[in-house]
Design a protein. Structure first.
Length: 128
């Protein structure tokens, strides 16, 4: 699955995949795997892109706003970002980004994230 995701991410970054083509891959189950609890083991290299089925949750560790630390709970970050509701499942794009010097917490969509200083890995979420 990881090799397929890497190929799709490569073509997606270059604009070589239309939203329709990407949606067909997702709908047929060729692309999105179940989301891990966190991205801590997947946050390398910066720019890596993954597609996961994420089921929203309200409880779990969360640091940052829009860009989250690599050890933040993915399902909680998805709710905080407004991409899913608690217990709702959606396929989301997760992009590894350069770590921030400081992560600002906030309260959004019924979930509170926390401030944190420098952390070695980070990611952002987006809808497909």
């Amino acid at each position: 699955m990881k090799a397929v995701q890497e190929l799709v991410a490569y073509f997606d970054r270059r604009g070589a995949l239309s939203p329709r083509q990407l949606r067909r891959l997702l709908d047929h189950g060729f692309l999105a795997g179940e989301a891990p609890a966190t991205m801590i083991d997947l946050c390398d290299p910066v720019g890596a892109t993954f597609y996961f089925r994420v089921r929203g949750a309200a409880q779990g560790s969360l640091w940052g706003t829009d860009i989250y630390t690599g050890d933040s709970t993915l399902a909680v970050a998805a709710v905080h970002a407004g991409l899913v509701k608690v217990d709702e499942t959606a396929i989301l794009k997760v992009t590894v980004v350069a770590p921030l010097q400081k992560y600002q917490g906030s309260a959004r969509n019924g979930v509170t994230s926390h401030d944190f200083g420098r952390y070695g890995t980070a990611y952002r979420l987006s809808a497909i």
